[in-house]
Design a protein around this ligand. Structure first.
Ligand SMILES: Nc1ncnc2c1ncn2[C@@H]1O[C@H](COP(=O)(O)OP(=O)(O)OP(=O)(O)O)[C@@H](O)[C@H]1O
Length: 844
């Protein structure tokens, strides 16, 4: 714990530009002036110009006089700051601002030192990132408000019922929130906002559901409130017979609980010292940033030491009814697990390996979960590639009880198991996998099971083994349920998971807490509130994720393509804007350029037809849903280690969970409409670039869009989330010297016309759908077909008489090289591609 901070003194000093201070003895609420303001002695007086100081003196005197009157006139709770009548504050400039004219909120005298602005009507808060007190305010805001947009200089947050619920759940009290917010604001806190905070928080966090010695207790520090609940006709009847008395005990504190992998953890300290100055510096920075919150929590812990907690017991079967009833009564229940006092469930022998040091933001997110010595259920949001897996593993190492991990695909299941073995000392026999292929149990009393959501919620007839495994999962209590990629799983799937598997605490992990159907709020009550959300830009500045240059490349459509586009069905439109020859050329140009720089490139296409056509024409490798597991592994292996395989074409199956730290450049040629989530997840593939800490290194993300088509509209929608995270998309309308690209494809009008004809013929009867989708719960079913489309067996070239064969003719040179490589026995992988080509040739 950082040293305890004393309450900030009232009043303070007004800082002039030259660093001079002037005393302000007026009583009033504490202000951010006292937040490490530079003292007058810090300033070299010789450097201050006489004239300037005179003018400043005058200004300060005036300011002091005004501020004295001003500060005297306001105090917390004063109705002075309610919105005055329009005629009292509107002036000739007001019409420029319309409803957003907040000039009636008078600035505090020391507003320059306060980093926050507030919209009193909507509760939107704007943070000046350039303000010297910004970092302290940032941590506070992350705890109480939803980050909406975080570009470089101004961040926007919104106070919502859910964000305030989350703030209460990590232990903040309404008065902490009100007074700290008031301290950071440039204007006095408007009454409307104060009332909103009070009303949202007064009932939150008052009632907790705690599983102690395997019995459920409804718990509160407010005995009166528990009596009210017991008088309720529904809850009263559910109290366990014979436990008429409300029991009283004392709340646990964080005392003694150390999150593994942190600076304080045993075994890690030494490793921490070896990490070098940079890491130590960052750790210090994180500690500084959390100081404010820690102080608030610490003060509260002291109080909690003495605070009595009252509880009554309810049966397991009544948990959902009580939760629902409490919600109806406006007392939402928070779930907490007192794992340190759980003597019933066997302890799991697991700890992080001694040299594992978790990063400051990982530590911060976990401290929100374990803030009061118990495990709170909730969601942690970290950017793609920032290490959510290790956060989940560290939570498991802290709780040390049975763990069940739910993933979206069997590929992630394998990865999760590997990560448990990589980061912790867990016995491999204690981590078992439950998928269609493997239904193992752990050998000891307790352990870890990694599975998928679909395995657990499958309604179809189960095999004998599968049924036995489900009985095993349902028949025991789990200490922790780790829910990976929570944003893709619909509410009813969660309900099915949660109702069939009993777990004391739940931790949801995601990079993008957003859904296009806006149903994200369901997660708040099904799993728990958002406990922490990291800032993408901050993490990339600290080198934990790569810095990325984003660009949107506008590719005009040749007239004949555009004519066809205008009259095509919506399905064909998508194919046409993906197959736009100018887009193809841009892709070819960018691949050449980045391969020459030594980059490893991933090209994404949702459109299977274009994925294959592009890859075959350019002689590159590709993976999509139907690619067999062995071939996938081989392709990925080659992409990572073979210097001749520098570009990989991927369908949407590579959107998530693919760990390819070699990839440094990403080109997107076709995507899923306006999905913000897909855009962010794809970016995530290069955020983990190995070379991210090389001097001046940048990864590149290009989105190729066909000009004047629907794709332009979708593209700007897709970027919204990343723009809010601070990424800027440059628009490129002309790629320099593209016409000089050697062997530029479709350079003649004749070739472009042929491409158009082929595209139309190949897709006349529908297009092939990807047969696998890692987003298991997306609109397109994972195994099914979309209405109006058809699945084809074999290659499209075989059906249309074109496809591969036509490309083989055009790319004779590339294929000859390919054949030579095969003959030289260069790799099995090249041999396989060669065989496919030869087969296609023979058929033709
Ligand atoms: N504290 C740490 N120290 C060293 N390496 C770490 C740490 N945390 C994470 N990593 C590494 O960062 C990489 C990304 O981690 P991980 O795969 O867990 O990311 P993620 O957040 O789950 O990404 P995605 O959402 O894309 O799946 C991994 O290679 C992991 O080993």
């Amino acid at each position: 714990m950082p040293p305890k901070r004393k309450a900030m003194p009232a009043g303070g000093s007004v800082i002039s530009k030259a660093g001079r201070t002037s005393a302000m003895s007026t009583p009033g609420p504490a202000t951010p002036r006292s937040l490490d303001s530079p003292m007058v002695s810090d300033v070299d007086e010789d450097l201050i110009d006489e004239d300037v100081t005179e003018a400043q003196k005058e200004h300060e005197e005036l300011l002091n006089k005004e501020s004295e009157e001003f500060v005297n006139s306001w105090a917390i709770g004063s109705s002075r700051f309610q919105k005055p009548a329009k005629q009292d504050y509107r002036d000739s400039a007001s019409h420029f601002f319309g409803k957003r004219d907040f000039s009636w909120l008078q600035l505090k005298p020391d507003h320059k030192d306060c980093p926050l602005w507030i919209d009193p009507e909507k509760g939107t808060i704007v943070l000046e990132r350039f303000n010297e007190h910004a970092s302290k305010a940032t941590d506070f805001l992350t705890a109480i408000a939803e980050p909406k947009s975080r570009p470089q200089y101004l961040h926007e947050y919104a106070l919502t019922t859910h964000s305030l619920y989350a703030a209460v759940s990590i232990g903040l009290q309404p008065w902490d929130i009100i007074s700290t917010l008031d301290r950071f604001l440039k204007t006095p806190l408007p009454d409307s906002v104060r009332d909103f905070i009070t009303s949202c928080t007064k009932s939150y966090g008052k009632v907790k559901l705690v599983l102690k010695n395997n019995k459920y207790f409804v718990e509160s520090v407010d005995a009166e409130l528990l009596q009210t609940l017991l008088r309720d006709e529904v809850i009263g009847k559910l109290r366990i017979h014979g436990s008429d008395e409300i029991t009283t005990s004392y709340a646990p504190t964080m005392g003694g609980l150390v999150i593994p992998g942190t600076q304080n953890a045993a075994g890690v300290h030494q490793a921490g010292l070896r990490q070098g100055d940079k890491k130590a510096g960052e750790q210090g920075e994180a500690t500084k940033e959390t100081e404010l919150l820690a102080t608030l929590n610490e003060e509260e812990d002291d109080e909690e030491d003495k605070e009595a907690v009252h509880a009554f017991e309810i049966p397991d079967s009544a948990v959902e009814t009580v939760q629902k009833r409490c919600l109806d009564l406006q007392y939402p229940i928070l779930e907490e697990y007192d794992f340190r006092n759980d003597d019933v469930n066997a302890n799991l022998d697991i700890d992080l390996k001694p040299n594992t040091l978790i990063r400051p933001y990982q530590e911060q997110s976990l401290s929100k979960m374990f803030g009061n010595g118990r495990a709170k259920s909730g969601i942690i949001v970290l950017p793609c590639g920032a290490g959510k897996t290790l956060v989940g593993i560290t939570a498991a190492c802290t709780i040390k009880k049975g763990v069940i991990v739910l993933c979206t695909s069997s590929m992630s299941v394998v990865q999760w198991r590997q990560e448990f073995l990589k980061w912790s000392n867990i016995n491999p026999d204690d981590v078992a996998i439950f998928t269609a292929e493997s239904k193992n149990k752990f050998t000891g009393n307790t352990g870890i099971i990694v599975t998928t959501y679909s395995m657990v919620t499958n309604n179809r007839e189960r095999s004998h083994d599968s049924k036995k495994m489900m009985d095993f999962l349902k028949g025991r209590e789990w200490g922790l349920m780790l829910l990976d990629e929570v944003h893709v799983v619909p509410a009813d799937v969660f309900r099915r998971v949660i109702s069939s598997i009993k777990s004391h605490s739940k931790l949801g992990l995601t990079a993008t807490l957003l859904r296009e159907d806006d149903k994200i709020s369901h997660l708040n009550f099904l799993i728990g509130p958002k406990l922490y959300e990291a800032n993408w830009m901050e993490l990339s500045q600290q080198g934990h994720i790569a810095k990325v240059q984003c660009a949107e490349v506008w590719c005009p459509m040749p007239t004949e393509f555009y004519d066809e586009y205008l009259r095509a069905t919506s399905r064909m439109k998508r194919t046409l804007y993906a197959m736009n020859p100018r887009k193809f050329q841009a892709c070819q140009y960018l691949i050449n350029y980045h391969e020459a720089r030594g980059d490893k490139i991933i090209v994404f296409s949702d459109e299977l037809y274009s994925l294959k056509q592009y890859a075959l024409k350019l002689g590159k490798v590709y993976i999509y849903g139907s690619t067999g597991q062995a071939e996938r592994m081989q392709v990925l292996e080659n992409f990572q280690h073979n210097p001749q395989v520098n570009t990989l074409f991927l369908s949407k199956i590579g959107d998530t969970s693919l760990d390819l730290p070699e990839a440094t450049c990403l080109i997107q040629i076709s995507s899923h409409f306006g999905s913000r989530r897909q855009e962010a997840q794809r970016l995530g593939r290069i955020l983990r670039a190995k070379r991210r800490n090389d001097e001046g290194f940048n990864a590149f993300f290009y989105s190729l869009v066909s000009k004047d088509t629907q794709e332009m509209y979708y593209s700007s929608k897709r970027q919204a989330f990343l723009v809010d995270q601070g990424y800027a998309f440059k628009v490129i309308t002309q790629l320099a010297n593209i016409e000089k690209t050697p062997d530029l494809a479709f350079a003649t009008a004749q070739e472009r016309r042929e491409l158009l004809q082929r595209t139309l013929v190949d897709n006349e009867k529908g297009t092939e759908e990807d047969v696998e989708n890692d987003d298991l719960f997306g609109k397109i079913s994972s195994r099914g077909r979309k209405k109006g489309t058809r699945r084809t067996a074999g290659t499209l070239g075989e059906l249309s008489g074109a496809g591969d064969m036509a490309y083989m003719e055009q790319k004779k040179a590339a294929n000859r090289t390919l054949k030579k490589n095969i003959k030289a026995g260069q790799s099995l992988f090249f041999k396989k591609i060669g065989r496919e080509k030869e087969k296609a040739l023979k058929k033709a």
